[in-house]
Write a protein that binds this ligand. Sequence first.
Ligand code: SAM
Length: 317
Amino acid sequence: MRSALQTHRADHTPVLVDEVREHLAVRPGDTVVDATFGAGGHAALLAADLAGEGRFVAIDRDASVRPYFDRFRRNAGVQARFLRGDFAVILPQLADNGVEADAILLDLGVSSMQIDRPERGFSYAADAPLDMRMDTTAERSARDVVNEASERELADLFRRYGEERFSRQIARAIVRRRREHPFERTSELVETVRSAIPAPRRFGDGHPAKRVFQALRIVVNDELDSLESALPAGLRMLRPGGRIAVVSFHSLEDRIVKRFFAAQARGCTCPPDLPVCVCGQEPTLRLVTRKAVRPSPAETAENPRAASARLRVAVKT
Ligand SMILES: C[S@@+](CC[C@H](N)C(=O)[O-])C[C@H]1O[C@@H](n2cnc3c(N)ncnc32)[C@H](O)[C@@H]1O
């Protein structure tokens, strides 16, 4: 098993670990659900807080995390099981089957193992097949999106999910190129994006293809819809007093979490101009973190990938 783990260049470094641990406040006997298991860095610390008593459910849509889970299970000291799939599907199934949780963690996005393995096609820094699927059995890859979406759809997704200023120019350049040569590799996309951005603007805001790659990754993995579906299912699974923690890495995700937590903490859904509440809806969550928790400068210095992380935690009333 060690050799399976050694095939990765570097394991994922979990972010905001002290903050996640403190705010999730796992106690012996709890049931913990880590819906984004990855390399199991957070999982190991949360399992330690179970101190040998409790249950652990690990979820990930990427089958390649399995060796990490096997290692985790050997050391966890509690009953642990792994469920492979999208948390947007698995959390509702668990809730429907009456599984209750005391702590749920969603640490969104991709792991370092996914980014650093060029063959997964997530990185604009390495030439590889244009893939970007977290679940390698999923039907649609980045190659399909880039070769099949209309110019308008491409421009729209680069603007919405990548906040890319040159979305229309990039979409036009992609459509022009693919008429001759359909896209197969990340380097072809990087080159096309670079050529579509006016020269003086190419290096102002990080790598010129960064935002296009982010947008494609979000679309290929349906990341925002998965999050929207997972939050109510997670809430349904939580026992009263149970906590849900979400670490997001860009403002689109964080906005979804912030709005969901705020709506559940408010309860009442009546229009603000009604003098009294007629909906009768009670709050179902209380915010543990009023503002998103950000990594310290020391953490960001040590792990630059933590820089954009934001943690929000809420407790079920
Ligand atoms: C940032 S990493 C998590 C790292 C983990 N907390 C650790 O300490 O190693 C995100 C992981 O979540 C998985 N993931 C992302 N979206 C998912 C989804 N909708 N359903 C299930 N797993 C997902 C990815 O495959 C990846 O392994």
